[in-house]
Design a protein around this ligand. Structure first.
Ligand SMILES: Nc1ncnc2c1ncn2[C@@H]1O[C@H](COP(=O)(O)OP(=O)(O)OP(=O)(O)O)[C@@H](O)[C@H]1O
Ligand SMILES: [Mg+2]
Length: 534
């Protein structure tokens, strides 16, 4: 760990870092910042929540002059919410230096973006489709770009952005610096690296486990039809400050957030079929704590940094181990602890063990919380709220009536009644969730059956700046070989697309804003239940 001053960053940037409360650099920052400052291409891998944004953001900002009136740096992200968040972090880091940055993403009024572009931002943070749209309209020119970052690089590849990225990078000068970052770097990232990077340095601070160390991981074996009861008991028992619940499909997210609301939880849903205004509103509510539970598809799995998220719950198991790592990584960030729970139906045990194996983490099995534990959890919270109110004081207005009541009734009984009222009865409303198909174990390739461990992306290159990730994650290779990226090696894959479409009516799907360019949409494999991220 270093102090940021040791990187030779200018005072105005150091001032911003101090203001953000960063005291020491994180390991990925230690390793990546000097290389990035030197101008070399870089592939950076480090656990979720360990400050990769600043690792690429600080060197990028330090190279740009305030006087520039051209786009000097381009950061691409797979989702809109992440583009917004990264733009905010870049904004904070460059505040005193006076660098102008702008998020460019689908779903937002394009003429508004065009107006903002007139302010001559030096840093653009965008999703590929909308970027291409601007490029085609000639509202964005990339001919002066010196630095390109692909955040969540493996996800961009996975979502089928390869062609879009190719088209975009063709327009960026070749003598640029290019950096790829993610917590997971499957072997096929080499394809990206090969094409777009020039003799990159690999920085990997993944120790033994790819998942972040401060996350307590557990699973509950539960049949599909009992999942909702399990969820409400779990939330009651654990009383999270903020929780993210991941569902497999958009329909699932809609049904689940509605069901939670019916039961009296403060929850809302996020997925790719909502309008951007709705998406923004949900994220705003979650960030300011006006909802406690965010129910989301994998659109929220990558990169999102919301402080106070104490719990991640995989209501449905994710499709692949990477997604598991990123989903649970929404908690346990920046040195804080977090808890991740996964619901596993009996038929999904093989798939779950596969996730355990690839992530090299044994996940503790826990029993379904009992009704008594759930009630106890709720009562504990009520007692805490009561005591907080007591400590805050300003209770005089209520004293008169309290004294009167105490003269007439037994104090224990009175308090008990007050607690009951505060805790609230569980509303026994009619909850119906459409069952989801189980997530199946992938078909094994011979090299896995022969006992070779999946390697490469989760390797134990222990803090080194090693050569490359050859060797590779086996299951990624399966996925590639089984259908050009649009179909994977997972037996149940075809159902995801079907469910994804069925989640909303087709008019909702056509709402999905697409870039006008023909380059971007048709070639994209619709491999996820919620592929309308960007
Ligand atoms: N040196 C630091 N000291 C304290 N906090 C930091 C430091 N660097 C970054 N942070 C904070 O840590 C949090 C996580 O950072 P960031 O979002 O960059 O993580 P990440 O590695 O990109 O994670 P993910 O893989 O999930 O995208 C942010 O709130 C960020 O402001
Ligand atoms: Mg990140």
């Amino acid at each position: 760990m270093k102090t940021f001053a040791e990187f030779g960053l200018e005072p105005k940037i150091l001032q911003a870092i101090t203001e953000l409360g960063f005291e020491e650099s994180t390991p990925i920052q230690d390793q990546a910042i000097p290389i990035a400052m030197s101008g070399r291409d870089l592939i950076g891998q480090a656990q979720t929540g360990t400050g990769k944004t600043a690792a690429f953001g600080l060197p990028l900002i330090s190279k740009i002059s305030k006087e520039e009136d051209r786009i000097m740096a381009l950061i691409m992200t797979p989702t809109r919410e992440l583009a917004i968040q990264v733009a905010e972090e870049i904004g904070k880091l460059s505040r005193f230096k006076g660098i102008r940055s702008l998020a460019i993403y689908g779903g937002q009024d394009i003429s508004r973006q065009i107006r903002s572009l007139k302010n001559k931002p030096q840093v653009i943070i965008g999703t590929p489709g909308r970027l291409l749209d601007h490029i085609n309209r000639k509202t964005i020119r990339l001919t002066d770009v010196q630095t390109v970052v692909l955040d969540e690089a493996d996800e961009m590849l996975d979502m089928g952005f390869m062609e879009d990225i190719q088209s975009i990078l063709k327009l960026v000068p070749e003598e640029r610096q290019t950096m790829l970052f993610s917590a997971t770097m499957p072997a096929n990232i080499q394809k990206l690296a090969h094409q777009f990077l020039n003799n990159p340095e690999h920085v990997s601070v993944i120790p033994k486990h790819v998942s972040a160390p401060l996350i307590d991981q557990a699973y509950i074996e539960v049949p599909e039809r009992q999942k909702f009861e399990a969820l409400s008991r779990l939330i009651d028992m654990e009383s999270p400050d903020l929780a993210i619940v991941f569902g497999r499909t958009k329909r699932r997210v809609d049904e689940l957030s509605e069901a939670l609301q019916k039961r009296g939880y403060s929850a809302d849903g996020l997925h790719g079929d909502l309008s951007q205004n709705q998406r923004d509103a949900v994220m705003r509510k979650f960030r300011d704590g006006s909802i406690d539970v965010l129910v989301a598809t994998d659109v929220a799995a990558r990169g999102l940094d919301v402080s106070g998220v104490t719990h991640v719950i995989n209501f449905d198991l994710p499709q692949d181990p990477e997604s598991y790592v990123h989903r649970i990584g929404r908690t346990g960030r920046a040195g804080k602890e977090g808890t991740a729970w996964s619901f596993v139906t009996p038929r999904e045990m093989d798939h779950f063990h596969f996730i355990e194996r690839v992530t090299r983490h044994r996940i503790t099995r826990k029993p379904l919380p009992t009704m008594a534990e759930a009630i106890e959890g709720k009562q504990r919270i009520t007692a805490e709220r009561l005591l907080e109110t007591l400590e805050k004081g300003e209770l005089n207005e209520y004293k008169g009536i309290a004294i009167q009541l105490l003269e007439q009734y037994d104090s224990v009984q009175l308090l008990t009644a007050a607690m009951k009222l505060l805790t609230g009865e569980k509303k026994d409303s009619d909850i119906h969730l459409t069952p989801e198909d189980p997530m199946r174990a992938k078909r094994r390739k011979p090299d896995i059956r022969s006992g070779r461990k999946p390697s490469g992306s989760y390797g134990s290159r222990n803090g080194s700046t090693s050569g490359s990730s050859t060797g590779g994650s086996n299951y990624r290779r399966d996925r590639d070989s089984s259908g050009g990226g649009s179909r994977g090696g997972y037996a149940g894959k075809s159902s995801y697309n079907k469910d994804g479409g069925a989640g909303r009516d087709s008019s909702a799907r056509t709402n999905k804003p697409r870039p006008s360019s023909s380059t971007s949409s048709s070639s994209r494999p619709a491999k996820r239940p919620d592929s309308s991220f960007e």
